[in-house]
Design a protein around this ligand. Structure first.
Ligand code: USQ
Length: 396
């Protein structure tokens, strides 16, 4: 059985990924320090529904399916916590069988502070973002270098590394001809937040490790993800992933659905022409799995753009409004002054073929899919707090 180690296994994507691999016969270990939950408590972000601890979720998963997900609670910015996952001295906070699983064939690295607004709250949160994200990546690269160079690292990057350039966005690399000579370079990056900047730096660290130590790295440049349900979460509602709709941790589609349900005018920032590539949470799982099945080569930094389709903010607002109104909500759209510094009208033409070439079959954000999302959120309407939806964290 192949062993997948998931760093950041308690987060919005980490927990569904753990169940997905476990359900398909992989040995799975998850590691987390509850960063996201603690940040939600600190910032009083509200939550659509309470989520059991990682240990409780692993127990529920085992009861329901008979599969084991081993749990390590630890802070991966500490080098020893990372290294113990590879040198056999790790102790599991929960496992059916306490014996060391052995070296991972694949590490999926989600263990980062994932919010752009969080990274620009103030100096303290900027520093936490930089320190956390870069240290975890550096610790991981060194642990793999020292103990397990055959391990394939799948690292989550972001489409936001590229920014919104006035040229087509390629999948990670760009062939350049300059003064008659040709070379291949990482696509020029222009991150729009400090969070996104740490992702650029992660890519550079990975590229260095690939060049210097022949590691195998896949970097998935992901767009904003939406959705709750996955095949595995349907087994028991207590297995649902953490769902945020607040300004700091909520992503736009999840926010717009929640706002529609609770009668809060949809918060279109500025002109609403901001265009991004989006994907269903189910496709995040598919993409990571497809990458695991066809790993990067030794000494390769392989980059995929992990999006399935593009929308502007205005298009998403209209979609949420149409579906919300059809379900009896009275959905209003309201443009508000943009708290972020970003282009509100721009060219956007990314390439995103690589993941489809290795077998990913996209789910699209149709009206039907939107209805499904509304259906889940409506069940928890009484938990939605209007006061956390918009606080106006200024970026400039
Ligand atoms: N937006 C609004 N109104 C809102 C919320 C967002 O107009 O109420 C706009 C934003 O200004 C932005 C776009 O919607 O132009 C997307 O915002 P978002 O909050 O959904 O996503 P973002 O902050 O870019 O970050 C999210 C994830 C991050 C991931 C990134 C992918 O939190 O982890 O890396 O999406 S990407 O956007 O492609 O860089």
């Amino acid at each position: 059985m192949s062993h997948v180690l998931i760093l950041g296994g308690d987060g919005y994507l980490g927990w569904p990924t753990a169940m997905y691999f476990s359900n398909r016969g992989y040995q799975v270990t998850v590691v987390d320090n509850y960063f996201r939950r603690n940040a939600c408590t600190e910032l009083d972000t509200g939550m659509l529904y309470p989520v059991p601890t990682l240990i409780e979720r692993a127990k529920i998963w085992h009861e329901k399916t008979g599969h084991e997900i081993k749990v390590v609670i630890g802070n991966l910015t500490e080098p020893d916590v990372m290294r113990q996952l590879f040198d056999g001295t790790v102790s599991y906070q929960w496992a059916v069988n306490d014996a060391f699983t052995g070296l991972p064939d694949t590490v999926v690295h989600y263990a980062e502070q994932p919010s752009a607004p969080y990274s620009l709250l103030d100096y303290k949160h900027a520093d936490i973002t930089l320190t956390n994200n870069l240290r975890v990546t550096n610790n991981l690269l060194w642990a793999v270098r020292d103990f397990s160079r055959d391990t394939h690292i799948i690292k989550l990057g972001t489409m936001g590394e590229y920014g919104t350039p006035n040229i087509d966005i390629e999948e990670g690399w760009l062939d350049i001809e300059h003064k008659g000579r040709k070379g291949k370079f990482l696509f020029p990056r222009a991150a729009g937040s400090l969070y996104h900047t740490t992702k650029v730096m992660d890519t550079d660290l990975s590229w260095f490790a690939v060049r210097m130590w022949d590691l195998k790295v896949t970097d998935l440049m992901q767009g904003p993800v939406y959705g709750i349900e996955t095949e595995e979460s349907l087994i028991d509602p207590r297995l649902n992933t953490i769902f945020n709709y607040d300004e700091i941790f909520g992503t736009i589609v999840n926010r717009f659905v929640t706002q529609s349900v609770v009668g809060y005018p949809l918060t279109v920032y500025g002109k609403g022409g901001q265009t991004r590539g989006y994907l269903n949470i189910k496709d995040t799982l598919q993409c990571v799995h497809a990458s695991e099945k066809t790993p990067a080569d030794t000494g390769e930094l392989r980059i995929f753009n992990q999006i399935m389709e593009t929308f502007s903010v205005n298009q998403l607002a209209e979609l949420a409004q149409n579906v919300g109104n059809a379900r009896g909500h009275k959905v209003e759209i309201k443009s508000i002054p943009n708290p972020r510094r970003e282009a509100e009208e721009h060219y956007y033409n990314p390439t995103y073929q690589g993941l489809k070439n290795i077998g990913v079959e996209p789910h699209y954000l149709t009206e039907d899919v939107m209805h499904g999302l509304f259906e889940v959120v409506e069940k928890f309407k009484q938990n939605i707090r209007k006061d956390v939806i918009f606080k106006g964290v200024k970026w400039g």
